[in-house]
Design a protein around this ligand. Structure first.
Ligand SMILES: Nc1ncnc2c1ncn2[C@@H]1O[C@H](COP(=O)(O)OP(=O)(O)OP(=O)(O)O)[C@@H](O)[C@H]1O
Ligand SMILES: [Mg+2]
Length: 230
């Protein structure tokens, strides 16, 4: 199977005064195209650090992240920003919607930033909003929506430009259990229907259940996830 993301000897060290904290320790792993992969780990194990490195939001201490055969670790900041815009969807624990924009404007934003006209961006956004079950809420501002609804808007925004890779960092961490399961199954359905690659960080073994590939991040290394609750 073709790999979308290849991580080569990735190390991330944070300096804490005199001491060094090795969060990711010489990691090498591949994430396959069209697969749903979970990375499970305790709080502080380095899940967000790993996703941020894959997204090019953060820079590795050593090693590199290859996406579609290109090293994002070696791109200039400008190249990396373009790469992120064109290839990546990111879904966060706290939704990160823009509070001063409506639902339609939030979801349209990636399309407009990619250079599409406002009319075309709105058409694309409206389709995604419908697919996440929020038709009729286009003109609402994020603070009028429930947490689950806000996360569905964030999913629509992440998918509107059909990125090859979707990264989700604890996307259900701020939702109650039932809402979290609904949001997750919606995300999974949309991803699978489009054949997209999803890497999802979570501490929950329930969330990881339907994944194709399951990793656990322990002491800076990835191990096959044996699904024991943390
Ligand atoms: N900018 C930073 N400077 C110093 N240390 C950092 C920085 N960012 C993260 N860390 C440390 O790196 C470790 C891993 O953090 P990270 O946020 O990746 O964990 P996580 O697995 O996502 O945790 P959580 O489940 O709580 O979100 C933590 O010990 C954290 O304190
Ligand atoms: Mg985190």
């Amino acid at each position: 199977m073709q790999s979308v993301v290849r991580i080569e000897r990735l190390t991330k060290v944070y300096e804490e005064g005199e001491r060094q904290r090795v969060v990711l320790d010489d990691l090498s792993v591949e994430f396959s195209s069209g697969q749903f992969t979970t990375v499970r780990g305790r709080s502080g194990s380095g899940k967000s650090t790993l996703l941020n490195l894959i997204a090019g939001i953060d820079e590795p201490t050593r090693g590199q992240v290859m996406i579609g055969g290109r090293s994002i670790s070696k791109m200039s900041p400008r190249e990396r920003a373009h790469y992120r815009r064109d290839n990546l969807g990111f879904i966060f624990q706290f939704f990160n919607l823009i509070p001063t924009l409506t639902v339609l404007e939030n979801v349209s934003l990636p399309s407009e930033l990619s250079g599409r006209s406002e009319a075309e961006s709105h058409t694309r956004a409206a389709q995604l909003i419908d697919q996440v079950g929020l038709s009729g809420r286009e003109a609402d501002f994020p603070d009028r929506l429930s947490g689950g609804e806000q996360q569905r808007v964030a999913i629509a925004r992440a998918l509107v430009e059909e990125p090859v890779l979707v990264l989700a960092d604890e996307p259900t961490g701020n939702l109650d259990r039932v809402t979290g399961e609904l949001v997750l199954s919606m995300l999974e359905e949309l991803i699978r229907a489009r054949g997209l690659t999803l890497i999802l960080a979570t501490h929950s073994h329930r969330i990881a259940q339907s994944a194709d590939q399951k990793w656990a991040l322990v002491d800076g290394k990835l191990e096959p996830d044996d699904e024991t609750p943390f």
